[in-house]
Every structure is written in structure tokens, then in C-alpha cells.
Design a protein. Structure first.
Length: 366
């Protein structure tokens, strides 16, 4: 294992919703301006715009402990929620809007304009929100090699996080409709196996040259080597209903990266996974979450999702012990119900009941 736990940071995409209509509101500018006048969550934490004006993002700073991550996620949510309340709105953490409303405008900025022009109808109204975990890996060659090791386990992280069953008020039958929606983008899914950082960068450059990526900072892989930061970025999870759900994703993501680094230090490279089976594993995790069938990408055979999650945790237990995060993961897994489970539990009360519960869970334990 590495001498010190890897650094970790979390970016949360959140929605602004009208409590009376349940529709997303184009109020990101107002809410962020108000939130930035409140006491800061942390010196290097950020509150920022997202692609559409109904969305805001809270990004933690660079953290070394799960306690830091928990505190900064909680503080960022509190800051945004207070500003949203002052504007008469709810702040909700869900992978897709419960009610969609008309397509909102894009946020200001040349890059956002480029994305809207490039993807046209695919991105119009794309109000999906995720929880992105950055794990520090300073060596880019190592970062790309780590991605190869992460591939078999990304569907399990997704299954744990599902929190988007609704599409404009209708239950889709999927745990994560966000993933289904995101799959319309080119190159979506688990990244292919790469022999080196140069191999990785050549593929990204070719996709940009072919006109299907807006720039070299963009890809739609569920885990990628960040183009801006010395990190591996896991983008697989739905926006998490609670702070503790986000903390669970951070702890497991860091442990997976740490475990991959240990494997590489021992000279063990990852084996490629089959691309079609990888797509099947992601789809199945999005459809059923943690309580249904899954696909074991190590064997290419079906396996219960819950068993795969248990095997993931067993694999990374040494890393969790080293970082002091094992008790956090065990506590989060005890009686765990997904965000989708919680949304469906209150769904008989109608969309506003779901949104009211989401707003409360977004700020749970804060």
C-alpha cells in the first residue's frame, strides 16, 4: 500500500427547484451570487456554475481524510441550500429531475456554448447530475494504468449510487435514468484498456479531431485521467441523496485507486475487459441497482450485484484499513437503501412529495 492515503476531492452537481411547481428553476446565477456572500466552506472549496442554469456545483478542496470530505460536502450543501431558501427554492440532489420542465438555457461561457453547439438535441434539457470523485495520482502514466484496474468495479459503484428513477414524473423502472440519458453521448461508458498515457491522449485527441468531443478536457468515460488535475476522476455515481452516500462513494473510490496502485507496484497489470460486456454491466447496474442481477467483468458471467459489491469491499479492505475508512464504509452499508429506493417510497404522494423528501435528504445530517 502507499505510505500515505491518496488525496481525495468530491464535486457534487445539484438542482434548483420551485417548491410550488416542482420544476427546475434557472436561478444558478442568483443562488451562487448569494451563496458566495456566506461564510466559505473551505479556503480551496468552490461553488460554481454547471452546464445549465438550473444546476449548481459544490466542489470540495483537496482532502486527506474522510472527516475532511464529510465536513466540506456538508458545508458546501449548507451554503447552497441557505442561498436557495433565500431565493424561495429547494436545493435537491438527484441524478435526474423528478419533473423536467422546458429545456433551460446554458450557463454563460464559450465552452458551454461550444458544448451546446456540438451536441445539439442530445444536450438540450440535459439536467442530469452526478457525484464525481477525484483521487490524487501525481504520475499520469500511473493514472492511466489505474483506470485499467478500475474497470471491473465501476458498475458496482454505480449500483450503490442509483438515485434517478424518474423521467419527467414517470418512473422509468431504472435505478439510474441518468446513466441511460448519458449513454447518448459519444464514447460513453467504461474506458477501453490503454497501454500508456500517450495511448490514452492519442485516443482523446482523435475523438476531438473527429468532432465528437468538444475539446481534450472532455470525455464521457465513467472514469478518466483528469486533463486539469493530477487525479483519476470517477464520474460513475448519480448525485447522492445524502452526505453519507457521497462519503461512501469517496471512501470506496479512493480505496479502489489505492488498491490499484498497490497492484501496479507489485508488477500486476490489469487485464482488458470486453467492451460489449462492459456496456452490459453498466446498463444492468443502472437498471437494477444493488439488489438485482449484475455482470462480473472479471469472468464475463452474470452474478448478483450484491455479491459483486461485497467482493469489491473485500478487495479494498486493506486500503480502507490503512486510510482509517473501514468503519465508515461498514456503517454506510448497514441497512443501506439507495436514493432510488427512497424516491420510490414516497412516490405515491406525487412528484412534489418526492421533491420535498429529496430536499430534506440533501441536507440530512447537516
Amino acid at each position: 500500500m502507499t505510505p500515505q492515503p491518496c488525496t481525495v476531492g468530491v464535486e457534487e452537481e445539484l438542482l434548483l427547484v420551485d417548491p410550488d411547481t416542482g420544476l427546475p428553476v434557472e436561478a444558478a446565477g442568483r443562488v451562487l451570487a448569494r451563496a458566495r456572500r456566506l461564510p466559505a466552506a473551505a479556503d480551496d472549496a468552490l461553488l460554481q456554475t454547471e452546464l445549465l442554469t438550473t444546476q449548481v456545483e459544490a466542489a470540495t478542496g483537496i482532502c486527506r481524510t474522510i472527516e475532511e470530505i464529510r465536513g466540506q460536502i456538508r458545508a458546501g450543501r449548507a451554503q447552497l441550500a441557505a442561498a436557495a431558501r433565500a431565493e424561495g427554492l429547494w436545493l435537491v440532489s438527484t441524478g435526474t429531475p423528478v419533473l423536467a420542465g422546458p429545456p433551460p438555457a446554458a450557463s454563460d461561457g464559450a465552452r458551454f456554448d461550444l458544448i451546446m453547439r456540438t451536441y445539439a438535441g442530445v444536450v438540450a434539457g440535459y439536467q442530469c447530475c452526478g457525484c464525481h470523485v477525484h483521487v490524487g495520482v501525481a504520475d499520469r502514466e500511473l493514472a492511466v494504468a489505474v483506470l485499467n484496474h478500475l474497470a471491473p468495479w465501476l458498475p458496482s459503484l454505480l449500483a450503490l449510487s442509483v438515485n434517478s428513477p424518474f423521467d419527467d414524473g414517470v418512473d422509468t423502472g431504472h435505478g439510474s435514468w441518468r446513466i441511460v440519458t448519458q449513454s447518448r453521448f459519444p464514447g460513453f461508458g467504461i474506458a477501453p484498456w490503454f497501454a500508456s498515457a500517450a495511448d490514452y491522449d492519442r485516443t482523446v485527441e482523435a475523438l476531438v479531431e473527429c468532432g465528437v468531443l468538444a475539446d481534450a478536457h472532455q470525455s464521457f468515460w465513467l472514469a478518466r485521467a483528469s486533463a486539469r488535475l493530477p487525479t483519476v476522476e470517477l464520474r460513475v455515481a448519480d448525485a447522492c441523496g445524502t452526505v453519507e452516500d457521497a462519503v461512501l462513494q469517496a471512501a470506496l473510490s479512493r480505496a479502489l485507486v489505492t488498491t490499484a496502485l498497490a497492484e501496479l507496484a507489485a508488477g500486476r497489470e490489469a487485464r482488458p475487459v470486453d467492451g460489449q460486456l462492459a456496456a452490459a454491466a453498466v446498463w444492468t447496474a443502472a437498471r437494477y441497482g444493488p439488489c438485482g442481477p449484475g455482470v462480473d467483468l472479471r469472468t464475463g458471467r452474470p452474478a448478483p450485484a450484491e455479491r459483486l459489491i461485497s467482493e469489491l469491499i473485500e478487495l479494498v479492505t486493506p486500503a480502507l484499513v490503512d486510510s482509517g475508512d473501514l468503519s465508515t464504509v461498514r456503517a454506510a452499508r448497514t441497512g443501506h437503501r439507495t436514493g432510488t429506493d427512497h424516491q420510490r417510497r414516497v412516490a405515491p404522494g406525487g412528484p412534489l412529495a418526492v421533491l420535498r423528501a429529496l430536499a430534506a435528504r440533501t441536507m440530512e445530517a447537516s
